[in-house]
Every structure is written in C-alpha cells, then in structure tokens.
Design a protein around this ligand. Structure first.
Ligand code: ZN
Length: 251
C-alpha cells in the first residue's frame, strides 16, 4: 500500500470520528432545545397561575362586598317597613337604591373577573397539555442522547485504537502536513481526484473542483503525496479512478 492510501485510511477514521461526535452534538442540541421549550412553558404556566390567584382573591373580595350590601339593603328594607313618616321612608329608599347600584356594579365586575378566570384556566389547561407533550419529546431526546453517548463511547475508543495503528504506517512529515490541513480545511483536508474528461486527461479536485494537471494524476498513480494546486488538499485516487487512468500497457 502506498503512502497516500495509508494516509487515506487515517483520514477515513478521522471522518468517522467527526461523524460520530457530530451525531452526539446534534442529539445534545435537540435535548437542549426540548429543555428550553419546557422551561418556557413552565414559566408561562406559573405566570397564568399567579394571575388566576390574584383574580380569585379580587373576586372573593367583591363577593364579600356584595354580601355586605345585601345585608344593608335587607336591613334598610326592614327599616322602611317600620318607617313612621313618608319622608323617612323616602330617605331610606334613596339609600337602598344607592346600595343596589353599588352592589350591581360589583356584581358586574365579579362576573367580568369570572369570565377572565375561565379564559385563563382554559389557557392554563392548554399549556399543561403542551407541557406534557413536550415532556414526552424531552424524554425521547434524552434517550437518544444517552444512546449516542453509549454508541460513541465504544466506537470512539475502537476508532482511536485503529487510528494509532494506522498512524505508525504514515511517515511523520506527511502526518505533519496532514494535521495542518485538517486544522485549515477540516473535512476537505483530503479529496478525491475526479475525472472530468478521460480521453483529454482532464482531472479536477473533488473538493474545490478546480483543474488538476495530468502530472499530478501521474504522481498520484505512483502513490506520492500529491496536493491540489488550488486548495492545497491532499488528493487521492479511488480504485475505480486509478483503474481508469492507468495507462493500458500497465494494466
Ligand atoms: Zn482543490
């Protein structure tokens, strides 16, 4: 196996490691999102519960006031029944009417509050249902995250061990170049040489899509580390491409 093929194996392991870690990160992001949504719902529910408590307290006060007015009215009606003069009767009647007006105002207010409480209670029930639904999703997300962590743990260890073995096969100066490229280009540190036109010997870089001179293709065939003149990535040949570009007499 030539040096490019050996390095390609390291690269492939690195891609697998990045893929596994990417899946875990995705699962973690999803779980975080569910937790944030749950918190937001809980905050809304608390706010509404607070409003309902306040409205109920106000409504309770109004009920008390209404009861007091009722007592006053009843008391004055008794007084009216015992009135000695027409003047006294009329004065009591004015008072009763004033009490009644005040009482009705409070009753109207209390009814308004009750309908507001009903509205908020319905909202609170909707939120509770949404919260329960979201909680289910959060559990699923948590399960997925735990599963990914488990998957990753064994697989990552396995891949690291494999990587260690593969590294021994690659010359140090090549690894130095590769490591720098991974920092700069990440997953584009290596790319496949692609055939643009077989008969005209036109090739392109699988990463940046720029043209690759024929000499580079020949250098790759001999297994030498060959970089794309445009993006700088290390090129490699797939078995299929190597087969296609190998001169007929060498096959
Ligand atoms: Zn390139």
């Amino acid at each position: 196996m030539d040096v490019t093929a050996k390095l390609l194996k390291v690269y492939q392991v690195d891609r697998q490691l990045a893929g596994l870690e990417g899946r875990l990160r995705k699962a973690e992001r999803f779980l975080g999102e569910q937790s944030r949504q749950l918190e937001a719902l809980a905050t809304q529910m608390q706010a509404i519960a607070g409003q309902i408590r306040q409205l109920k307290a106000t409504s309770g006060n109004l009920e008390n006031e209404i009861r007091e007015f009722d007592e006053h009215i009843e008391h004055h009606r008794t007084l009216m029944g015992n009135a000695q003069t027409n003047k006294e009767y009329k004065a009591l009647l004015v008072e009763v009417n004033t009490f009644k007006a005040e009482r009705d105002k409070r009753e109207e207010e209390a009814l308004g509050l009750l309908s507001k409480i009903d509205e908020l209670t319905a909202q609170s029930e909707e939120l509770a249902a949404a919260h329960a639904e979201r909680e289910k999703m959060r559990k699923v997300a948590e399960g997925e995250r735990t599963e990914r962590q488990g998957e990753i743990k064994d697989r990552v260890e396995e891949l690291h061990a494999k990587r260690e073995l593969l590294l021994k096969e690659v010359p140090a100066e090549v690894l130095l170049v590769y490591d720098e490229l991974v920092v700069q280009l990440d997953e584009d540190a290596m790319a496949e040489l692609e055939i643009a036109d077989r008969r005209r010997h036109e090739y392109t870089c699988g990463s940046c899509m720029m043209g690759i001179p024929m000499e580079a293709a020949i250098s790759l065939l001999s297994g030498k580390i060959t970089r794309c003149p445009s993006c700088g990535c290390i090129l490699y040949l797939t078995a299929e491409t190597a087969d296609v570009i190998t001169p007929a007499e060498k096959r």
